[in-house]
Write a protein that binds this ligand. Structure first.
Ligand code: DX5
Ligand code: ZN
Length: 224
């Protein structure tokens, strides 16, 4: 069954706790949390303080997407804030091997993220080295920085390549895709072999966010 990870980037930040409750009520088990630092990407979003304040009272799995230039400086703070998984970008100015070890040492799940123009091969090198210690591979289907962008269909072959690699290596690493996903294109993405679907504006800008999450959760029913 597909995991839907609503991206709270498009949620009403003044009412975050209620929005987290709505996600849970709709049956999604994850929340995708976009952290931006104004350096790795032009935008600035939220940090550990806000995450900590919504952590209490939420049973969701906190999937934290770090779009920051120096993740090693903040991994402990995010861990202390109570996140469950931390992903770091291979394009950041950082030693990703070290970051993975830091995340694991904090007792959290480690993930790596790649931009639309980064070939799967680069992620594969880390997966060769770390195997199942990488719990998730995040494949961006828009350039990181903003919600509400258009899905880049060119990433579909890369998703299939990642699926083949993971299956033939016998790894349990999940594949997550993030950016521009909606009810119209989710079927395509699931067909390519994705495990975790991130969706922000398609959920929070819809008339019925809860219903949209429910429809996304049952989208694998028509997976070919
Ligand atoms: C983009 C973020 C995404 C974004 C997805 O930098 O990583 O998680 O919130 O939003 P939508 O679904 O609107 O593209
Ligand atoms: Zn994201």
């Amino acid at each position: 069954m597909v995991i839907i990870a609503p991206s709270i980037l498009s949620a009403d930040f003044g009412d975050l706790r209620q929005q987290m409750k709505m996600i849970e009520r709709a049956g999604a088990q994850w929340a995708h949390i976009d952290v931006m630092d104004g350096h790795f990407v032009p935008n600035i979003t939220i940090g550990p303080v806000v995450i900590k304040s919504v952590r209490g009272g939420s049973g969701l799995f906190f999937d934290t997407h770090l779009m920051i230039q120096r993740p090693e400086r903040y991994i402990k703070a995010f861990s202390d804030a109570g996140v469950d998984l931390i992903s770091v970008h291979l394009e950041a100015e950082t030693d990703v091997d070290k970051d993975i070890e830091l995340i694991l040492a904090e007792g959290k799940k480690a993930a790596i993220a790649i931009n639309p123009d980064t070939p799967f091969k680069r992620a594969g090198e880390y997966m060769d080295r770390h195997g199942d210690k990488i719990s998730l591979l995040l494949i961006m289907s828009v350039f990181p920085g903003f919600g509400g962008q258009k899905f880049i269909a060119d990433v579909l072959p890369k998703i299939r390549e990642a699926r083949d690699y993971i299956d033939s290596a016998g790894l349990k690493t999940l594949i997550e895709v993030d950016g521009g996903i909606n009810l119209e294109n989710i079927g395509l993405i699931l067909d390519a072999g994705v495990d975790v679907v991130v969706a922000g504006s398609a959920i929070f800008k819809s008339e019925d966010p809860e219903g949209t999450i429910r429809r996304m959760l049952s989208a694998n029913n028509f997976k070919s």
